[in-house]
Design a binder for this molecule. Sequence first.
Ligand code: ADP
Ligand code: MG
Length: 345
Amino acid sequence: MDKHLIEFKNVFKTFDSDEVLSNINFHINENEFLTLLGPSGCGKSTLLRIIAGFESPTSGNVYFEGNDLSSIAPYERKVNTVFQKYALFPHLDVYDNIAFGLRIKKLDSKEIDAKVKKVLDMVNLSGFEKRTVSSLSGGQQQRIAIARAIVNEPKVLLLDEPLAALDLKLRKGMQLELKNMQRELGITFIYVTHDQEEALTMSDTVVVMKNGTIQQIGKPTDIYNEPVNAYVADFIGESNIISGVMKKDCLVNIMGIDMDCVDTGFDTDENVDVVIRPEDVRISEVDDAMICGVVESVIFKGVHYEMVIVSDDFKWLVHDTAKYDIGKKVSLFVKPFDIHIMKKS
Ligand code: ADP
Ligand code: MG
């Protein structure tokens, strides 16, 4: 069985009278790469800061290896944090930045040397020891910040949007590096991001948050394929979200059309949200389909075209490798399996 390393029990956090975390309950397993995902302001950093000890819960408890964190001083916690802003010491060179924490711990200089070399190698910056911080690129500075955190051999590395300031290509490369580093180190990573693609790429477990609450916890594939509500579905990937009515098991009515689906267990005539992914909508030129529409826009996205197709005032977002020109009349099909029915949230 997985070992619960950190556990949140009924945690609330309020600032003034604002509740920014509401009844948070979940656990983080040892050696897991867990990502807190949600829009700006939903409480991700606050949750991370509670683990680090920069904030305390207003009520509720957090346990680390079974011990209540409130009884463990921040500096005694086996965690290190990497922030979006690198927070390196500008007056120290790369070596001294990384060695800083080890010197405070009064390790001897040979040991420090060995550890600094090892982590510099891990972040692919061997030979950069004497460089000044200001001579490094953003990506290199972020690597040094990571090196400085992992050199302390924490049990848990907390990463608060560490790649947000990097450009897209560098970010993609660093995502893979971080994932490899986590495997190599065999430690727990708790990662914060508002970028769903980043969360899905890197994580073992994704925790989707909204307004201080947890909406869903699961593996990336589960969150993508089985979102629990329209909010998660929409946040995790662009989706078509349409109000519908469940006529009976496996039959939903959207926009006046009865459509076969595979969902059961709803009340007769229950109002639902119907979620259909853009890649699951099939376009054809024949006009015998139930849904007909007109192409409003086409954007080339590399592998596929992203098209908006207007039908009865609803704008369908559709991905297809074939291109359909603006103004063209088309028909849309969706397989029953690709129609996801969600309870109204
Ligand atoms: P996220 O990291 O998801 O963007 P945060 O955890 O930083 O969200 O913030 C959640 C909410 O708490 C926001 O509304 C923010 O303004 C508020 N908040 C965060 N820290 C403080 C603080 N020290 N004092 C008052 N409000 C705060
Ligand atoms: Mg934040």
